[in-house]
Design a protein around this ligand. Sequence first.
Ligand code: PEP
Ligand code: MN
Length: 264
Amino acid sequence: KLASREFKPDDTVIRIGDVTIGGEEIQVMAGPCAVESREQLLEVAEMVRERGARILRGGAFKPRTSPYAFQGLEEKGLEYLAEAREKTGLLIVTEVMDTQKVAMVAQYADILQIGARNMQNFPLLREVAKCNKPVLLKRGLSATIEEWIMAAEYIMVSGNHQVILCERGIRTFESFTRNTLDLSAVPVIKELSHLPVIVDPSHSTGKWKLVQPMARSAIAAGADGLIIEVHPKPSEALCDGPQSVTPERFSSIMEDLQKMAVAM
Ligand code: PEP
Ligand code: MN
């Protein structure tokens, strides 16, 4: 299997310009859940860049549970992301939900995100493989590690070996947290696969207070990076406010990571 350690013993390092994912450095992808406006996005982009992030996240197409909830700014959102890249030099990661939108999203994004709800959308996996850009593949809400790796295999067998796995929590009986962060998936993936793996402490917990301790834990477990939701005013966020950290809290997380890098 293409994703397996047996097939390729050495770690895959994904390079985009001077940013590497899966190498020595810990990469942090940060930004709002959704691109809400030009002002909001440019403000967050500047804030996360100043604090050391190299990659900006932000959804323009949002997979919302309710069809009445904010669905994203669509192509306008992608334009704002591209403008934020111009202004800050940050790379862009953004979700694509529809096979017919892959080419369009790929024009703007540096990394294409496949959301948890689409982990086994096989036509979409084959389609994202066609554009020559790294793919961030989130673990499905109730996917086993084996199923998750097989989803990566779909992308790889279709010709794109640049896959980044993202543990974002799984559904369990526990309801205090939004999902249950399966941190053991990180060393398991490292054993079974050569692909980089990052952790999403925002969607896995659903609570901003838990983001910082779980971010530290993810790095201790061996993750290659993090994807964190940051919002200038979480209480006013159109999406996922309760799990979004303020820029101040984000600074504190980045300081923790610095300390851990020195200690490890
Ligand atoms: C997101 O990253 O905004 C998102 C919708 O995540 P997930 O697919 O993991 O729920
Ligand atoms: Mn979100």
